[in-house]
Design a protein around this ligand. Structure first.
Ligand SMILES: CC(C)(COP(=O)(O)OP(=O)(O)OC[C@H]1O[C@@H](n2cnc3c(N)ncnc32)[C@H](O)[C@@H]1OP(=O)(O)O)[C@@H](O)C(=O)NCCC(=O)NCCS
Length: 288
């Protein structure tokens, strides 16, 4: 046991006090407010591993279920999130202990665990390896769809319900590499970054997450829809006038050939077989 003052607890994310302590830890360590998810909906698949001192969460590692599409196959995987140890308790092996427990749990249920980090050295000793992602860009021809869009507001319960409905009916945006996860992290990213617009395109029954509307380059971050519209159609529905696009999803279902691919270190790491490795792919950045 790392310290006799601490108790190990497991699976507390869904309880009110467990959820509140995870939120406080994430606020204190990363200055990210996850409490909007109290209204927008937490991911029920989150499983937390923590060391507690009485009612205070001192150290945490959480797993959440990820549904990935990798080279045509649907793959159940785990993501690692909310990794933090309060400063006074660092250097005693708490992170190491919780990672080992979380990975034992994951390994019994799935062959793949993924995460995104700014500190890959933390995770390589646990068998994670860095995988580079790719940004796709190039010119965009004018599409034939009519301009028809509305920016959704996550402050509106109706708009949240509309987005949730599309998530429930979504098809993978890419069969080469994409995720069909619970919308919690997608919503949180949109709340955290007001430059991201969630645009409803009613004629396509689609939701497009885009950045910096009004610029000549369309920056596309994700598409949530039961059928994936062509990129040129999305651009036209958004009002047109885009000379080019920068796409942060794997574009095999967008009916568009990017002129340029740029490999990027997005902090993505994987542990286990990962079929798109070595190919050009991007999982949507719509997650915190
Ligand atoms: C990173 C963090 C979780 C480590 O917690 P900890 O309980 O002090 O870690 P441990 O004592 O279990 O140390 C585990 C190992 O990681 C190493 N380590 C700690 N911080 C590290 C860092 N930033 N980069 C690389 N290695 C690091 C330690 O040296 C130790 O190595 P060793 O086993 O060879 O001695 C903690 O410092 C923290 O909460 N930092 C701020 C939040 C953060 O960065 N979270 C990760 C985001 S992806």
């Amino acid at each position: 046991m790392p310290s006799p003052d601490l108790d190990f607890r497991f699976g507390f994310a869904a309880s009110p006090e467990g959820g509140a302590e995870i939120a406080r830890l994430i606020q204190d360590m990363f200055a990210v407010d996850v409490t909007p998810l109290d209204r927008l909906g937490h991911d029920p698949s989150v499983v937390s591993f923590g060391w507690w001192r009485d009612v205070e969460l001192i150290a945490n590692v959480s797993l959440y279920q990820r549904e990935l599409w990798l080279q045509g196959d649907r793959v159940e995987a785990f993501g690692v999130q909310s990794v933090a140890v309060r400063p006074a308790w660092r250097g005693r092996g708490l992170f190491h202990d919780l990672m080992a427990r979380a990975l034992a749990y994951a390994d019994a249920r799935a062959s793949l665990v993924v995460l995104t980090t700014g500190t890959p050295d933390l995770y390589t000793p646990f068998g994670f390896r860095q995988v580079r992602e790719t940004v796709f860009s190039g010119p965009l021809a004018p599409g034939r769809a009519l301009a028809n869009h509305r920016r959704l507001s996550l402050a509106s319960d109706r708009d949240v319900a509309l987005a949730r409905d599309l998530f429930a009916r979504r098809t993978p945006v890419s069969r080469v590499c994409s995720a069909c996860d619970h919308p919690a992290l997608f919503f949180l990213k949109a709340v955290e970054d007001p430059d991201i617009a969630l645009m409803h395109l009613p004629d396509f029954d689609a939701l497009a997450a885009v950045r910096a509307i009004g610029e000549p380059t369309l920056t596309l971050l994700d598409v949530v829809a039961p059928a994936i519209p062509p990129l040129e159609g999305i651009a036209a529905a958004l009002g047109g006038g885009f000379a080019s696009a920068r796409v942060f999803i794997t574009p095999d279902r967008l009916a568009w050939n990017p002129a340029q691919t740029t490999s990027e270190d997005t902090g993505y790491m994987v542990r286990g077989p990962y079929l798109p490795e070595g190919h050009a792919f991007m999982l949507s950045p719509m997650k915190v």
